[in-house]
Design a protein around this ligand. Structure first.
Ligand code: XMP
Length: 317
């Protein structure tokens, strides 16, 4: 009996009342939750909402510009901050999964703190936290969780002195999507697969280099575009590619090759807590494997991950 229209009406009134003429800063991620939170706040307070969209250099291929353009098209006051080199510089040489996450969380906070200082007299920090985050679910590992876990610690970044507003904190994911639809957000954006905050860094096993990021972006793009053109994207809860830290021998013409192996992963799930691998059609897997090996230089072998969660996780790191 959740009615998105009534929610929007009540929440807009509540936000107007709560925030008044204050300025609010919000970090957009390109995902559903932060986008819906932003559009809702924008409806309530208009130009007093300042959105920041950070490129950590670990997004999907062309995603930063495409999503930034989309946000601007929606009328949001959004600043794109291209910090890719800074993130990749700090990540250089790091192979340990948790250290990757911590490094990304720290640099994100530094970048966000710098940017929020440029907004004069900002009073509030808005977050796209949803109910499953509140009751501790999958996204507790993301940068936003790092922000939250800093709450009770001394030496807070300055923007943490802001008051917090979380308009979606009582909603489940499907309710967020319905609110988004009511607000007129592009169905394609609302239907996007979940994507981890640390981005492609946790899908590049071993250390991260700009070359590896580019290979993985290219592989991922072939896979995701393939899923879309075969009408499979919406049947899958989450999909992506993983760059393995091994080379394997192959053959091209008369030459032996010794190149990278990539794994493809596609899962069905409702909340990410458990997941089954998707039985993608063999014809599709054959086509996408050929396309990847033919189009992406440096990759000569594709494997498909047939592990369920538990005991495997969705991500490899
Ligand atoms: P796992 O790999 O734990 O992933 O089965 C479950 C869901 O959570 C996402 N995930 C993350 N999201 N920061 C995030 O924001 C992270 O560090 C992180 N690690 C995993 C994963 O993509 C899947 O949707």
């Amino acid at each position: 009996n959740f009615t998105p229209n009534a929610f929007v009406e009540e929440m807009v009134a509540e936000l107007k009342e709560k925030v008044g003429d204050d300025k609010v800063v919000l970090g957009l991620s390109g995902g559903v939750d932060s986008t819906v939170a932003a559009v809702l706040l924008h409806k309530a307070i208009g130009k007093n909402l300042y959105c920041i969209f950070v490129n950590n250099g670990l997004l999907r291929k062309n995603e930063f510009q495409a999503v930034l353009d989309q946000y601007k098209g929606m009328g949001l006051n959004v600043k794109g901050v291209d910090a890719g080199d800074r993130f990749l510089g700090e990540l250089a040489g790091i192979s340990d999964p948790e250290t990757k996450r911590k490094t990304i969380g720290r640099v994100f906070i530094e970048v966000f703190d710098d940017e929020s200082h440029l907004i004069e007299d900002v009073k509030w920090l808005a977050q796209g936290t949803i109910y499953p985050d509140v009751i501790e679910s999958v996204s507790v590992k993301g940068p936003s969780a790092t922000i939250k876990s800093h709450h009770n610690v001394g030496g807070l970044p300055d923007y943490m002195k802001l008051k917090i507003v979380e308009p979606l904190r009582m909603l489940f994911k499907d309710e967020v999507r319905r609110v988004g639809a009511t607000l007129g957000i592009d169905p394609e954006l609302l239907g996007r697969h979940p994507f981890p905050g640390p981005g492609l860094s946790i899908r590049i096993l071993g250390d991260i280099t700009p070359e590896k990021v580019q290979i993985l972006q290219d592989v991922d793009a072939v896979f995701i575009e393939g899923l879309k053109s075969w009408g499979l994207y919406d049947k899958v809860w989450q999909a992506g590619a993983i760059l393995l830290p091994v080379n394997s021998v192959g053959v091209m013409g008369d030459e032996r090759t010794y190149e990278k192996v990539v794994a493809l992963r596609a899962v069905e799930s409702t909340d990410g807590m458990t997941a089954d691998w998707v039985h993608l059609p063999y014809e599709f897997l054959m086509k996408v494997s050929n396309d990847i090996i033919n189009k992406v230089k440096g990759v000569n072998r594709v494997v498909y991950d047939i592990s369920s969660k538990p005991p495997a996780t969705i991500e490899w790191e």
